[in-house]
Design a protein around this ligand. Structure first.
Ligand code: FMN
Length: 339
């Protein structure tokens, strides 16, 4: 048994999970290698990137690559985006038994505020298209996996529209709803309304998980203590790629003496392993983009951080990046980089 497995599982949204600390769907980021990285840290569940139903239907190669579970053993949710129920049905028909065997639930994206998604009547546009949203849930239920929805606050201030929307989804048969505490108009600006998310979660006990501004173990714990069934880590994993492990240690009250040593040298080594995995799975270009995003955070507040960031930013191949990282790891092992 790994140090993060619990004896008793928790059942949320039709899935048995080890814990309520989950990795959010992140377009361009939650590829299989990244999901495995967080699985190793103990995340209870992960999401794929959002997958375009139209891309699946038309056999787009890039889209089809997103449909791999990639050897992951812990639960994974496959998220789709589309503006209509017919294309959702057509898309899911294509995957048939393969997806049913690989994934643990299907999720519908009703949260994305980006114009290219909204324009198609998809993502957050569905918050204003309640009948279509309801039909999507009803149709997807027939595919034989639990149906999840990820949504945003429908409007600012008054919660009644959001509560009614969640109620509609649940009546239509949604097994689980995740609420991001920003409105579509806010995109990623300002702060998430944690209070609103917790009030909605409390109103639909056991059915609603939380997303928005989960940048610390404390924020995750606050959501749980105030009624959310689970918490989604999103930009938080870019600011601190080890946040899940730290949160689990807090949640399980692991004594400080038994916690993993997350020194700069250890963090660099772990991210180098992630880089190798990304390089093998995704190729050099994607590996470099992603690994640089994760690396940019780890030296924050430490002596030499800006030099490290510059050295990494200046690399143009994985081989060069490995060379820089080896040098910094040696330095970190030899000296005290704590500022
Ligand atoms: C780069 C990026 C990609 C995202 N991709 C998706 C996606 O594919 N599907 C989705 O439902 N939400 C997506 N989101 C939204 C996140 O899952 C999350 O709800 C949002 O970032 C709020 O959480 P945070 O404030 O903790 O980052 C994305 C967010 C970011 C920053």
């Amino acid at each position: 048994m790994s140090r993060f497995e619990t004896v008793s599982k928790i059942s949320v949204g039709g899935i048995e999970v080890d814990n309520p600390f989950w990795i959010a769907p992140l377009a361009g980021i939650t590829v299989p290698a990244v999901r495995r990285f967080f699985e190793k840290q103990g995340a209870g569940l992960t999401h794929t990137e959002m997958v375009s139903c139209s891309g699946v239907i038309h056999g787009n190669r890039k889209t089809l690559r997103m449909l791999r579970k990639g050897g992951q053993k812990s639960p994974a949710v496959l998220q789709f985006f589309t503006g209509n129920a017919d294309s959702l049905v057509q898309c899911v028909d294509k995957g048939g038994d393969t997806w049913r065997k690989s994934f643990d639930a299907f999720s519908i994206n009703m949260a994305c505020p980006m114009p290219k998604v909204i324009k198609k009547g998809a993502g957050a546009a569905l918050l204003k298209r309640k009948d279509s949203a309801r039909r999507m849930v009803e149709e997807l239920r027939k595919a034989g996996l639990p149906v999840w929805v990820k949504m945003r606050l429908v409007s600012a201030g008054d919660l009644s529209e959001t509560l009614r929307f969640v109620e509609t989804l649940i009546e239509a048969g949604a097994d689980h709803v995740t609420l991001h505490g920003r409105t579509p108009a806010q995109r990623y600006e300002g702060s998430a309304d944690m209070e609103a998310v917790c009030r909605v979660a409390s109103a639909f006990c056991g059915m609603v998980s939380a997303s928005g501004d989960v940048f610390s173990p404390q924020a995750a714990m606050t959501y749980l203590e105030r009624g959310a069934s689970a918490v989604f880590f999103a930009r938080g994993i870019l600011r601190d790629p080890f946040i899940v492990e730290r949160t689990l240690d807090n949640w399980r009250k692991v004594p400080f003496s038994s916690r993993n040593n997350l020194s700069p040298a250890v963090k660099i080594k772990r991210l180098m392993d992630l880089g190798e995995d990304l390089y093998r799975d995704e190729g050099e270009k994607i590996c470099l983009v992603l690994i640089k995003r994760f690396l940019s955070s780890i030296f924050k507040g430490l002596r030499g951080a800006s030099r490290f960031r510059r050295d990494v930013a200046d690399t143009h191949s994985w081989e060069e990046t490995v060379h820089v990282l080896e040098n910094w790891r040696e330095l970190a092992e030899r000296s005290d980089l704590n500022g």
